[in-house]
Design a binder for this molecule. Structure first.
Ligand code: PGA
Length: 252
């Protein structure tokens, strides 16, 4: 069955105490509100992951990492491996985020390596793809997204791809307040599902969760999530406030 997901990418924000308070508020808000097939996932920074997995041990809030190393282990100072994340019960990990592609020059090859290491550790990658504003203006957005998916995901076999969550995040919409319209997002989501269907078959494509990200908030989430191919959101700014994030979660 396709899962619906509301995921909060906290990025490089919040002190330890703020992170603790935010998770506790979310747990409180969500208490007794377990919605079948609708997951809440939060992505704190590395130093808060253990706190987050401990606090959510008994509740229905999943914890993911914002990043992982493309190396397995060893002398890579400052890196965090997929097996370390696994040892802290981290269930999901964002890969291919446009901020990492842009500021840290992550390549499709590195993204592919990260995905492989995560899957070996039974951690589900949330794979981000999306076009720049110029690419959309030149009508290249479908080609760009297709290439990103082919380069970093299409080496996976049928069993592996089932564990990947997709996130379409047009770069021009991230942190800008410029949300894609429900129609623009739906058009791309339907296209992505078709790409997956052509490569892996209809039933795998039908089960895949495809999230939208880019200035999604409590006011626009309902219209986005009402689209047949939009299965939730990857939320940045609006995930830093418990009430806003919970309102987005309840927009399904
Ligand atoms: P935003 O970020 O909601 O602040 O636009 C989304 C993301 O980067 O995942």
């Amino acid at each position: 069955m396709r899962k619906y997901i509301v995921a909060g990418n906290w990025k490089m924000n919040l002190s330890f105490d703020d992170a603790e308070e935010l998770i506790e508020s979310l747990i409180d808000l969500k208490k007794g509100d377990e919605l079948e097939g609708l997951l809440m996932i939060v992505f704190p920074s590395f130093p808060y992951l253990e706190l987050a997995t401990d606090l959510t041990d008994e509740v229905d809030v999943y914890i993911g990492s914002q990043n992982v190393s493309n190396k397995e282990k060893g002398a890579y100072t400052g890196e965090v491996s997929a097996s370390m994340l696994n040892s802290m019960d981290v269930a999901y990990c964002i890969v291919g985020h446009s901020e990492r592609r842009k500021y840290f020059k992550e390549t499709p090859e590195q993204i592919r390596e990260k995905i492989d290491l995560l899957l070996e550790q039974a951690i589900k990658p949330i794979f981000c793809c999306g076009e720049l504003v110029d690419e959309r203006n030149e009508n290249l957005h479908f080609l760009v997204v297709k290439a990103q998916i082919e380069q970093s995901l299409f080496h996976l076999n049928t069993e592996e791809i089932k564990n990947v969550v997709m996130a379409y995040e047009p770069v021009w919409a991230i942190g800008t307040g410029l949300t894609a319209t429900p129609e623009q997002a739906e058009e791309m989501h339907a296209y992505i599902r078709k790409l997956i269907s052509d490569k892996y078959g209809e039933s795998i494509a039908d089960e895949m969760s495809i999230l939208y990200g880019g200035s999604c908030n409590a006011n626009n989430a309902r219209n986005l999530f009402a689209q047949p191919n939009i299965d939730g959101g990857l939320i940045g700014g609006a995930s830093l406030n418990a009430d806003d994030f919970y309102r987005i979660y309840k927009s399904f």
